[in-house]
Design a protein around this ligand. Sequence first.
Ligand code: SF4
Ligand code: SF4
Length: 304
Amino acid sequence: MIEIPHLEWHISHSCNLSCESCIHFTNHNHSEVVSIEKLKEWYSLWNKKVSPKRMILLGGEPFLNKNIIDIVYLTKEMWTQPKESNYWITTNGLLLENYPDLPKALRDTKCMLQISIHGDESKKEYYKRIKKVFSLIEDWEKKYNIKFVECNTDEEFQKLQPTEDETYVIYRDMVSDWTRAYDGFGINSAPFEDNNIKQSWDNCVAGQKCFQLYEGKIYKCCMTAYLNLQKNKYGNVLSKKWDPYLKYKPLESNCSDEDIINFFKKEEEPVCGMCPSNPQMFSKKDPTLPVSFYEKNNKLKYSY
Ligand code: SF4
Ligand code: SF4
């Protein structure tokens, strides 16, 4: 068994928000949720080969997958993790009230919940909804042994360790340092063409350790994995500029131990050429805007 730093995977490719330039491309109205059968198959391909120090269920919005409680238990059961590792779910939080059994499942499996905050008071519709989520978690704090804390870096998050009878719900600011990973939207989206692979890697928009399990294979990051969702949806009308990056070869489950070790050691690769070398911070629009807004206003060069 090879210890690896990180592994995450979508349990839903669909999202109920439309954050501009989402690095998982799940602001594009993809509709699929990943079935338990498919997850079991993916897990079986890898769970005797690698042991992730950090394991994350996410999406899209993972709570759009109605089987999420069973998936939380199944994942804990099927994967071995090294000591002092973490297991968590990343969510926008807006559907949590539909899952009354979640606090128990989190405690039973020592799973933490990270709620990403995608807008401030100026985004009125969004803010009203996220305030309700905060009230719900404050209620969980009183009823269950759950600690609700702000945490904005992976290092801070990494230090949190749930115990037998308590766990953490964390909220994380995804407004102040939001960056653009690609230009435009949908058929008018395009990769960056900065021609500086090393600098794109050094300033990686996904934080460098973002390995994804997708369709039974392991990808370097969310951009390399979910660009495939874009190709599946838009086919030949997707800009040809994405073609070289769609040729990226993920790690296959029939690989050797040496292949695994080398894969997780790799730094910059040609595929990093699709990402900006100097990511720009920007203030994203209200994440509750309909996807049709971006479909209508999808000129290149960031001109919404
Ligand atoms: S909440 Fe926003 S950033 Fe998160 S997956 Fe959905 S669209 Fe992407
Ligand atoms: S392609 Fe490279 S630079 Fe871009 S997100 Fe993935 S790892 Fe980071």
